[in-house]
Write a protein that binds this ligand. Structure first.
Ligand code: AMP
Length: 422
């Protein structure tokens, strides 16, 4: 057992896993830019109030999962448990609402939640996040959903579908919530303790209760889709029409309500089997009241958060191979002091010419050990420089794959290698 271990719920992403990560990040950034999203980086921590207000008191995230601390100046700060709150704070603080509208913003980076660690669930995890601020049109919801769909498709995750629901707006939701409460009150001896509490604090959350006892009741519970106001119903219909048109599959899930308070109208997730108990690959939706709630001008918004660890888990399970990262094509081996100095200069020249190089290290090292290293590192060519070769102004270059070797003029070596390794 090593003396120090990483904290529970955190990961070391080792070099062997990095190709998966760079593939995911590269595609996410590429697709976001292709759709006109611009990158926004916000701090990893914010005033606690930013999250408490937007995510909502009484949610699991705010009540149980935040990494909150006082800094040396006595400020109450929290490591971001999600991106949206900080993005909206930055949107208001930097006056992005006077720029071209809508603002399409994306971010990528670590998020922190004091969750119970298990497969696919960590305390530090990575999100790719996209938001469209300043647009009511369901076309914005559609763009957000298309973006994540395309990301999964490019990464080789097939057979996915959206879970989709509308949670209404401040105009139609209260009446629905009253109806839901009344229905539950008639059956209150058949529900779990958590739902008793939820009915008080955040009644919509009874809908995603997993307890056995609550399931029969849930089947017959009133469905919000039947209680939407005209505007919400139209928005939902338009979004579905767009999804049908673009052939992005979805199923209506009247029990989908997201764990954060700020959602209005659209909510969606993508689920996948095979990531342990954790099946949500992403979650998002519309939040038309959030900018106003955080002190900005009333501005509609819609966004999505995509968990990247879960994508990587799935890629591995499906056998999706990322391309290997570039490693140096050339290994420089040498014997003797003058060749060592000349090899240092060669290393410099080659790298400036964009040829990747490993340089053998350790003085007085035998050639055999250097060649063994070159082999392990899978360099395509090994340049061997000894006193005699140096005097003749030449180096021996061994093609490690073909096994043959050639004498190459030192003055031509960089060009010679560049031609071969491209
Ligand atoms: P949420 O806002 O909780 O819906 O999170 C959005 C996405 O982030 C989820 O769909 C997951 O892919 C990912 N995610 C959330 N919590 C965790 C966690 N504790 N560990 C890993 N990924 C997470």
């Amino acid at each position: 057992m090593p003396t120090y271990q990483r904290p529970p719920g955190t990961l070391d992403i080792l070099p062997e896993d990095q190709p998966y990560w760079s593939r995911v990040r590269t595609h996410a950034i590429h697709l976001a830019e292709l759709a006109g999203f611009e990158r926004l980086d916000t701090p990893m921590f914010e005033a606690t109030e930013v999250f408490a207000r937007s995510i909502g008191q009484g949610t699991d995230v705010v009540e149980k999962e935040m990494y909150t601390f006082l800094d040396q100046g006595g400020r109450d700060l929290t490591l971001r448990p999600e991106f949206t709150a900080g993005v909206v704070r930055a949107y208001i603080e930097n006056g992005l609402y006077v720029e071209v509208s809508p603002q399409k913003l994306f971010s990528i980076g670590p998020t922190f939640r004091y969750d119970r660690p298990q497969a696919g669930r960590y305390r530090q995890f990575t999100q790719f996040n996209a938001e469209i601020l300043g647009e009511q049109d369901p076309a914005a919801d559609l763009e957000i959903m298309t973006l994540v769909w395309d990301l999964y498709a490019r990464l080789g995750l097939a057979d996915l579908e959206f879970q989709l629901n509308s949670t209404g707006c401040p105009r139609c939701r209260p009446a629905y919530v009253e109806g839901l409460r009344a229905y539950y009150e008639d059956h209150s001896d058949h529900i779990c303790d958590d739902c008793q509490r939820r009915l008080e604090q955040s009644p919509l959350r009874v809908l995603d209760c997993k307890a056995e006892a609550c399931q029969p009741l849930l089947e017959r519970a009133p469905r919000i889709q039947n209680h939407l106001c005209e505007e919400c119903a139209q928005h939902f219909a338009d979004l579905r029409e767009g999804l049908d048109l673009l052939e992005r599959r979805y199923v209506l899930n009247h029990r989908l309500v997201r764990g954060l308070d700020y959602y209005t109208k659209t909510v969606f997730e993508v689920w996948a089997a095979g990531i342990g108990a954790q099946s949500a690959l992403c979650g998002g939706g519309r939040y038309d009241g959030l900018v106003g709630l955080l002190g900005g001008p009333e501005t509609p918004g819609v966004g999505v958060a995509v968990g990247l660890e879960r994508i990587v888990i799935l890629m591995k399970e499906l056998g999706v191979e990322p391309s290997a990262p570039r490693t140096p094509e050339v290994f420089l081996a040498y014997l003797g002091e003058a060749p060592r100095r000349r090899s240092l200069m060669l290393m410099d020249e080659l790298r400036r010419g964009d040829v990747g190089v490993y340089l053998a290290m350790g003085r007085e090292r035998g050639l055999r050990s250097q060649l063994r290293e070159a082999d392990k590192r899978a360099a395509r060519y090994t340049v061997i420089l000894g006193e005699v070769e140096l005097e003749r102004g030449k180096a021996t270059v061994r093609d490690m794959k073909a096994g043959d070797q050639a004498d190459v003029d030192l003055s031509l070596l960089v060009t010679w290698l560049r031609e071969r390794v491209g």
